[in-house]
Design a protein. Structure first.
Length: 196
């Protein structure tokens, strides 16, 4: 069923087709609808997927990579916010020559669906979708995941920092959301509106 939905999506979007990672987005939506006992199950899942992809589409489109809504543009916005949130931490990551895309690409592209369990992903998506300007809170979640590793990152060099950043999926969602909320409160003036 998932394969069929991704095939139909690719046919309806010939300029984009299928890009690796779309299946992760679809899987979370499918999970939300699982157990729905109606003849429209597949239609409902597909409709929600196309709605979410309408807003995430540029993250999967190479043509828009460098735009604010493209994946490199979004990584750049995250890096700018991290610089405002914690200049010392940002400077150390730069000193270690770690490009933010090395660890945040899948966070931003897949809305953390590979970082947390399905139940936690649904909880996180609920928070992200509740944002007044859709998906802007995701930048604070990214910053939270990094600032929670602050001591480890500041004490390490490239390999230690990369290992910590790439294995940050072991953080609890509650801890990450609490930190993201704290950062959003303290840095609301730095809030990055990449849409609208």
């Amino acid at each position: 069923m998932l394969e069929r939905m991704l095939f139909v999506y690719a046919k309806l979007n010939p300029s984009l087709l299928y890009v690796q990672g779309m299946n992760e987005i679809l899987a979370v939506i499918y999970y939300c609808f699982w157990g729905e006992d109606t003849e429209f199950f597949e239609t409902d899942v597909f409709t929600c997927f196309t709605i979410v992809m309408a807003e995430l589409r540029d993250s999967f489109d190479r043509v828009t990579d460098d735009e604010k809504t493209g994946i490199r543009g979004r990584i750049r916005l995250f890096g700018e916010l991290l610089l405002k949130v914690d200049p010392e931490l940002h400077a150390h990551i730069e000193y270690c020559q770690i490009d933010h895309q090395f660890y945040s690409l899948r966070w931003l592209m897949l809305l953390f669906s590979q970082e947390f369990s399905l139940d936690d992903s649904v909880r996180l998506w609920d928070t992200l979708f509740a944002d007044q300007r859709r998906y802007n809170y995701v930048f604070f979640v990214c910053c939270a995941k990094v600032t929670l590793l602050r001591e480890t990152i500041l004490a390490g060099e490239f390999s230690e920092c990369m290992e910590a950043l790439q294995s940050s999926g072991r953080q609890s969602l509650v801890e990450v959301l609490e930190e993201a909320q704290r950062l959003a409160r303290e840095h609301s003036k730095d809030y990055v509106y990449y849409l609208g």
